[in-house]
Design a protein around this ligand. Structure first.
Ligand code: TRP
Length: 347
């Protein structure tokens, strides 16, 4: 079986460090390893509209921002097909057919959807399009015969639902669709990077994100005012590294190289942690190191972004070509699906 990697993001704002460690970094690594037959990364604008239908400008503007984020972290259009979801008409068509295979109760049980309904305060006025998005996401995945879907932990229920739909389809109409598998980062700190305020997740609405396009000054301000261990009042106090976002970020981002480069009195994070836990290590010093680490990562990303911002026509060409290629693939899957469903009238 072919190895086909696919993943996407909703364009609702710029991508941040949480996206970087939770998914983007992994994608670039997969791309560089080259151990796949096809790889797709796409901008899920149709899905973004399911809960931002009244804010089309935000979605439209974010499409370009997210593509710039993709290109600046190193996704390479020669190796990865980058496309826009709404330019692939086979996706809503597949969604329509899959809708027959899912009950309302099953959709309402999806824990990620459930959480979002609460968070968005839909109450009992849940838009059909929103509730339906796990089905539409199944279309995204199956249209490309994706076998591997690198995502954040919060997307596991979507993949579960996609697999159910695939099994159900294949059962009824004969073996047609490919069952996908989720791929989540193995580093626990990468799976759920907290906000700079210590809240569970980086989220635009909470204003606790460090964005990939933030400049050095902004990053410095954000890092130096990060939440740490509230009981670590004096330098000599023993500190807690466990639920301390500064250490969680270091866990997710720092390497031994970074220690060599910026904080050579310690060989690695374990040593730094041990010192902090014992007492005698101040927050400012740790934060300065974290700032250096983040800058080390963001500097080349900013440079690439600048290049693409200055060559924006190139970005549009990448999207246009990627979407054409993606269309050919999705259309061929749609053909297979319609044949299996006996609605291939004049073929
Ligand atoms: N739901 C994903 C998110 O919120 C975006 C997405 C849409 C996606 N379709 C997908 C991810 C298909 C992986 C595969 O970020």
């Amino acid at each position: 079986m072919k190895k086909i990697i696919l993943t996407g993001d909703r364009p609702t704002g710029n991508l941040h460090l949480g996206h970087y460690v939770g998914s983007l970094k992994n994608r670039v690594k997969l791309q560089e390893e080259g151990n796949y037959d096809e790889m797709y990364v796409f901008i899920a604008d149709t899905q973004a509209l399911t809960d931002n239908f009244n804010n089309p400008k935000k979605v439209r503007d974010s499409v370009l921002e997210v593509v710039l984020d993709y290109l600046s972290v190193g996704l390479n259009p020669d190796k990865v097909t980058i496309f826009i979801q709404s330019l692939i008409p086979a996706l809503p068509e597949l969604t329509m057919y899959y809708m027959n295979l899912v009950t309302l109760a099953r959709l309402e049980r999806n824990p990620t959807v459930k959480g979002e309904i609460k968070q968005k305060e839909f109450g009992s006025s849940i838009p059909v399009g929103f509730l339906n998005y796990p089905i539409s996401q199944t279309a995204d995945i199956t249209a490309f015969d994706a076998t591997i879907v690198p995502v954040g932990e919060d997307q596991l229920p979507m993949l579960e639902q996609a697999r159910e739909i695939v099994r159900s389809f294949n059962n009824i109409y004969g073996s047609t669709l490919v069952e996908p598998k989720a791929l989540i980062p193995d580093n626990e700190s990468c799976r759920r990077l907290p906000g700079t305020d210590g809240k569970a997740k980086m989220s635009k609405s909470l204003g606790n994100c460090i964005y990939l396009k933030d400049d050095s000054e902004t990053v410095k301000k954000k890092v130096m005012s990060m939440y740490t261990d509230p009981n670590h009042l004096r330098v000599e106090d023993p500190g807690n590294t466990k639920d301390n976002p500064v250490f969680i970020y270091l866990e997710a981002l720092s390497t031994e190289e970074h220690f060599k480069k910026y904080l050579s009195e310690y060989n690695n994070l374990d040593e730094l942690k041990a010192h902090y836990e014992k007492g005698g290590l101040g927050d400012v010093k740790v934060k300065k190191f974290l700032y250096d680490v983040i800058e080390d990562i963001l500097t080349p990303i900013r440079e690439k972004r600048k290049y693409y911002e200055e060559n924006i026509d190139l970005v549009y060409d990448i999207l246009k070509e990627g979407s054409e290629k993606a269309n050919r693939k999705a259309n061929s899957t749609l053909k297979r699906v319609k044949k299996a469903m006996l609605i291939d009238y004049f073929d």
